[in-house]
Design a protein around this ligand. Structure first.
Ligand SMILES: [Zn+2]
Length: 201
């Protein structure tokens, strides 16, 4: 499994006001040949805009907001791993969902982070328009930056509705990406231990 190198992106918070957003969705419905005034669709622009705003709320925060003061001095120096962090995101090419599981490990260097914060770091980056490769590296880089551990490993496995519902229609295909930092990159035994923990017994 090769680590995928991606460039960091710059993210701007959406600036469209809710009412303008709803107007855009209403307009989109018209373009699709629908009548936005018919009963089933009257509230749809409101609901779509509300749901899109929720699904892209990650633009407004950064990793320090998420982690807060949950970083603790600790001598623990073995691998810390969280398996199967469920996530849902939207691909930036089609704005269709991709979803799956994220596996994250790090080896502390004098500091640990509250375990509940790690899934919240994943949420921060999944609640943006994404590509899976960038999501993987952003999670790894965020943990590396905020904790300065000996290393970080991140594996993301996902199914993409843009592949499943349209185009190639490969319904059972899954995409795996990985990002290794520090000792996870330089030491093959650490990386192997991580990969075997991900694979399970
Ligand atoms: Zn897509």
């Amino acid at each position: 499994m090769a680590a995928t190198e991606m460039h960091a992106d710059t993210c701007a918070a959406p600036t469209v006001l809710p009412q303008q957003g709803e107007t855009l969705v209403r307009r989109l419905l018209e373009e699709l040949g629908e009548d936005p005034r018919r009963q089933g669709l009257v509230r749809t622009p409101h609901r779509v805009w509300e749901s899109l705003s929720f699904l892209t709320a990650g633009y407004d925060r950064d990793v320090l907001d998420v982690v807060g003061d949950a970083i603790f001095e600790d001598e623990y120096d073995e691998m810390v791993m969280i398996h199967d962090i469920e996530f849902y995101s939207l691909c930036e090419h089609h704005m269709l969902p991709f979803f799956g599981a994220c596996h994250i490990a790090y080896i502390p260097d004098g500091r640990v982070v509250g375990l509940s914060k790690i899934p919240r770091i994943v949420d921060l980056f999944t609640h943006r328009l994404q590509v899976q490769e960038r999501l993987t590296t952003q999670v790894a880089d965020a943990l590396q930056d905020v904790l300065q551990p000996k290393g970080v490993g991140v594996i993301v496995e996902a199914s993409h509705l843009c592949m499943m519902m349209r185009g190639v229609e490969k319904q059972s295909s899954r995409t795996t990406t990985s990002a290794m930092r520090g000792i996870f990159k330089s030491d093959h035994r650490t990386r192997s231990e991580f990969l075997s923990l991900v694979a399970g017994p």
